[in-house]
Design a protein. Structure first.
Length: 325
């Protein structure tokens, strides 16, 4: 997920890029160099594993909700604190159960294509997740013995905080966008003559817009938390990543801290406070393309609606003439 944003956030500090984000032109240049050097498949690396993770998280949420009757969606304040607490409990359990798989998928996403001996698959990610959880396997066992790799239980707190914060922030923004859209539609209806409401556009477009806006703002607001969480998951994993300043070379991901507070202190001391917003340019480019896709979908819906409104008139008129005869 958002592979290039994560590469920027993770590797910028390793190449002496102190407190500096990459410009969009440099990112496009790096993307072109990676594609030219590793092939077009490198730009989609980790996609299948990420889809597997999404399906696993949805399945875990559904199973926990079915067994415990906890809500899968964030309840409103009117439903009471009990339902909200139930949702928080469900998300905590789901995040903890899928945490090793998340670490394996993240490592597969940022790992350079040239550093992998074989193409990753969902089954290999599940195998790596099991090795990390059980501390088995040669690479994981040596990393744990040398205290390079953080145990799974130390990753629970930052991952749960980020997951819950993202859900809450995105839910609030989603509700605000829909409320603003309803207020705008009500003002237009009161200020003009009565118009027939088009269910296709008015029903789908606000949800598309709200979904895009809440994802963008939630990702942007919580970008520092995501950077910290990703670096903790990759600590001691011996990942070989592409150098985003020179995509023709690769560099090892190196860091030395043992907990959340040390990670924050290391980022501030070595890279500066603005390093928490590294990857912001990549995030903006990503959502510019996403907004373009959403706007294209809106234009398509308008075309379908206009076609459906104008097309049926001709056969109806001819039918009425035939009935009069």
């Amino acid at each position: 997920k958002q592979w290039y944003q994560r590469r920027v956030a993770i590797t910028a500090g390793n190449v002496g890029c102190k407190a500096r984000d990459l410009s969009p032109l440099l990112m496009l240049k790096a993307i072109f160099q990676i594609q030219q050097r590793q092939g077009l498949a490198a730009l989609w690396k980790g996609f299948t594993c990420h889809m597997m993770l999404e399906g696993l998280q949805l399945t875990t949420d559904s199973c926990i909700s079915h067994i415990t009757d906890l809500p899968k969606e964030l309840p409103s304040l009117s439903e009471g604190p009990g339902r909200i607490l139930g949702y928080v409990t469900l998300k905590c359990l789901s995040t903890i159960m899928t945490l090793p798989v998340f670490s394996a998928v993240l490592l597969d996403t940022v790992q350079s294509e040239s550093a992998r001996g074989e193409s990753a698959s969902p089954m290999s990610c599940l195998k790596d997740a099991a090795c990390r959880f059980t501390r088995k396997g040669s690479s994981y066992q040596s990393s744990y013995q040398n205290r390079l790799l953080l145990p799974v239980h130390q990753l629970i707190l930052p991952t749960v905080i980020y997951t819950l914060s993202w859900d809450i922030v995105s839910h609030i923004i989603h509700s605000l966008v829909l409320k603003i859209d309803r207020m705008r539609a009500a003002k237009q209806t009161d200020g003009s003559s009565r118009r027939p409401k088009t269910s296709l556009i008015d029903g789908v477009w606000p949800e598309l817009l709200a979904g895009t806006v809440h994802c963008f703002l939630a990702d942007l607001i919580l970008l520092p938390l995501e950077i910290i969480m990703n670096r903790l998951h990759l600590l001691g994993s011996r990942a070989i990543v592409d150098d985003v300043l020179d995509a023709r070379t690769v560099i090892p991901y190196q860091a030395s801290y043992s907990n959340l507070s040390q990670c924050v202190e290391a980022l501030v001391d070595s890279e500066g406070a603005p390093s928490f917003w590294k990857g912001g340019s990549a995030l903006c480019l990503q959502y510019i393309l996403r907004f373009a896709v959403v706007h294209s979908a809106r234009l398509l819906l308008k075309s379908i609606h206009n076609f459906s409104q104008t097309r049926p008139h001709e056969p109806n008129d001819s039918l009425s003439v035939n009935l009069e005869k």
